[in-house]
Design a protein. Structure first.
Lengths: 123, 107
């Protein structure tokens, strides 16, 4: 069974750093892209970026380029999303998700999702 | 970046109604369009990929159509379990985008 298990909820202060994780199991982790999706409170889905763990090829939405870093450690089947300086506007639910099939071309649509990590940034 | 625009933003309908949601891309995306359903407090669920292919396990009352820049999601007969928010997503590039969502409410 394919599973993506994300790290737990975080409460941070503005200016702090943070790294959240997404551990995959039940499939060949290096061969599937992992995407990160933001959902701010009461708002829609925003595609942040994606990484191919096999070679760490990483692509970002222009809206998130330079704001976050996406990385992966294929030796432990885990992808990461990190911030160096959090802002209150980073308060959101963050989902990781895996596409429906293997490819190292354009990432396919997302059919397996983590449970989400709620990040709250407040002074 | 490719912009995706959904309409309407909110839709009020009754059980048994036929419902159509539209998604427009700012440039051609061929058939690289997916539809998702999201219920409150849950992760999204993939319904349709490649504009018109039904994801395994998704009821046949859901269907998709379109090519290029104009796409539709149709629910042939709305069921109580279908009240949710629906999103389109383009994946015709390495930088992908979602529409802003369409909330289907009970009339």
């Amino acid at each position: 069974e394919v599973q993506l298990v994300q790290s737990g909820a975080e409460v941070k202060k503005p200016g702090e750093s943070l790294k959240i994780s997404c551990k995959g199991s039940g499939y060949n982790f290096p061969n599937y892209w992992i995407a990160w999706v933001r959902q701010m409170p009461g708002k829609g889905l925003e595609w942040m970026g994606i990484i191919y763990p096999g070679d760490s090829d990483t692509r970002y939405s222009p809206s998130f380029q330079g704001q976050v870093i996406i990385s992966a450690d294929k030796s432990i089947n885990t992808a990461y999303l990190q911030w160096s300086t959090l802002k209150a506007s980073d308060t959101a639910m963050y989902y990781c998700a895996r596409p429906a099939y293997e490819t190292n071309g354009y990432p396919p649509p997302l059919d397996s999702w983590g449970q989400g990590t709620l990040v709250t940034v407040s002074s | 970046d490719i912009q995706m625009t959904q309409s309407p933003s909110t839709l009020s309908a009754s059980v048994g109604d036929r419902v159509t949601i539209t998604c427009r891309a700012s440039q051609t995306i061929r058939n690289k369009l997916a539809w998702y359903q999201q219920k409150p407090g849950k992760a999204p669920n993939l319904l349709i990929f490649d504009a018109s292919s039904l994801q395994s396990g998704v009821p046949s009352r859901f269907s998709g159509s379109g090519f290029g820049t104009e796409f539709t999601l149709t629910i042939s007969s709305l069921q109580p379990d279908d009240f949710a928010t629906f999103y389109c997503q383009q994946y015709n590039s390495y930088s992908q985008t979602f529409g802003q969502g369409t909330k289907v409410e009970i009339k």
